[in-house]
Design a protein around this ligand. Structure first.
Ligand SMILES: NC(=O)c1ccc[n+]([C@@H]2O[C@H](COP(=O)([O-])OP(=O)(O)OC[C@H]3O[C@@H](n4cnc5c(N)ncnc54)[C@H](O)[C@@H]3O)[C@@H](O)[C@H]2O)c1
Ligand SMILES: O=C(O)C[C@H](O)C(=O)O
Length: 356
């Protein structure tokens, strides 16, 4: 049967594969040509993963390739993307996959993207705090966000690189300097805290973790991770001892994995799961689905701090609404004060870095 784009384009695609274009920019043009079927089997969104060869990046790339909302998937890293992209591109799902290697290909990787997910940067080793990653990861995030400001300033950005409490303010600063900042489109990924909270609460209650939804607010490091156990859905009650145990375990979930991995990095597989869940929520929002609600670390007026994680509703332009914290228990109010103190310093550190 003759396809709508005709035999000549099929021949062109085979020729392009046998004689690859001289630059990734040409390849991107080939992919994005207005009537080129290589855009993917179905209409959908264009997603880039920056840091795609890493511990999070690889499984996340695989999960994005499985997502039916994704039609084009760009995998960018400073190492190994040709292999990762070739491997994932053989999965017979709808998204067309291309790899981009090194900074000279960052522009091609980003051009035309609707959503950019950033797990680039170094992970913790035992004994380190997330803030110990600041010196290396701040510069990586700045460079990648400069690329976004130039090549896809309207893309939704999901920032995973730690310390999230500082890297989100850095990204905001880069976009402000470039004149492209839209606070609705920059989201720090804190979904792993919610994923962990749901799992640990379900363990205590002896029920299916998929049935639980725990709001986790504040930020993404130690005491800044504040689970609101009084607002768990479906409603349930805990003893004071359970509340202390759960809060401590949720706040230290990252460290639990870092120690178990004993020098081989931090959470990657559960993080890829969480990042894919969050990216999917952003894409459903872009598609116009109603009531897409997730926790995220965003530009916020929920507290006196300029950034804060709380529940947000996602829509066609990114964040449509940021929800206030709701009624807190005395224990949660005390946790909030501790969280805000540390958060204020981490946010300021990011702002100072970008304004140097
Ligand atoms: N937000 C969260 O909940 C959360 C959870 C887990 C990990 N993290 C963070 O995610 C980051 C990545 O963790 P990982 O385990 O995947 O680390 P990793 O070292 O396995 O992978 C990081 C990847 O980033 C790449 N990279 C480095 N510099 C780059 C640059 N300038 N441009 C593009 N890519 C670059 C590396 O080549 C590597 O492939 C760490 O900062 C980690 O702390 C955040
Ligand atoms: O703990 C880390 O360093 C990685 C990540 O932030 C996590 O929560 O697992």
């Amino acid at each position: 049967m003759q396809n709508s784009d005709g035999t000549s384009q099929r021949v062109a695609r085979i020729a392009a594969h046998l004689n690859p274009p001289s630059s990734q920019m040409e390849e991107a043009k080939l992919l994005h040509g207005s009537n080129c079927r290589s855009r993917g089997g179905s209409s959908g969104f264009r997603v880039a993963v920056l840091g795609a060869s890493g511990g999070i990046g690889q499984p996340l790339a695989m999960l994005m390739k499985l997502n039916p909302l994704v039609s084009v998937l760009h995998l960018y890293d400073v190492v190994n993307t040709p292999g990762v992209a070739a491997d994932i591109s053989h999965m017979n799902t709808g998204a067309v996959v291309r790899g981009f290697l090194g900074q000279q290909q960052l522009e091609s990787a980003l051009t035309g993207m609707d959503l950019v997910v950033i797990p680039a940067g170094v992970p913790r080793k035992p004994g380190m705090t997330r803030d110990d990653l600041f010196n290396i990861n701040a510069g990586i995030v700045r460079t990648l966000c400069e690329g976004i400001a130039k090549s896809c300033p309207r893309a939704i950005v999901n920032l995973i690189s730690n310390p999230v409490n500082s890297t989100v303010p850095i990204a905001a600063g880069v976009f402000k300097k470039a004149g492209t900042y839209d606070p609705k489109r920059l989201l720090g990924v804190t979904t792993l805290d919610v994923v962990r909270a749901n799992t640990f609460v379900a363990e205590v209650l002896g029920i299916d973790p998929r049935e639980i939804n725990v709001p986790v607010v504040g930020g993404h490091a130690g005491v800044t991770i504040l689970p609101l156990l009084s607002q768990v859905k479906p409603p349930c009650s805990f003893t004071s001892e359970e509340i202390r145990y759960l809060t401590d375990r949720i706040q230290n979930g990252g460290t639990e994995v870092v120690e178990a991995k004993a020098g081989a990095g931090s959470a990657t597989l559960s993080m890829a799961f969480a990042a894919s869940k969050f990216a999917d929520a952003c894409l459903r929002g872009l598609r116009g689905d109603a009531d897409v609600i997730e926790c995220s670390f965003v530009d916020s007026q929920v507290t006196e701090l300029p950034f804060f994680a709380s529940k947000v509703r996602l829509g066609r332009n990114g964040i449509d609404e940021i929800y206030s914290l709701g009624p807190l228990t005395e224990y949660e109010r005390a946790g909030l004060e501790k969280a805000k103190k540390e958060l204020a310093e981490s946010i300021q550190k990011g702002i100072t870095f970008i304004n140097k």
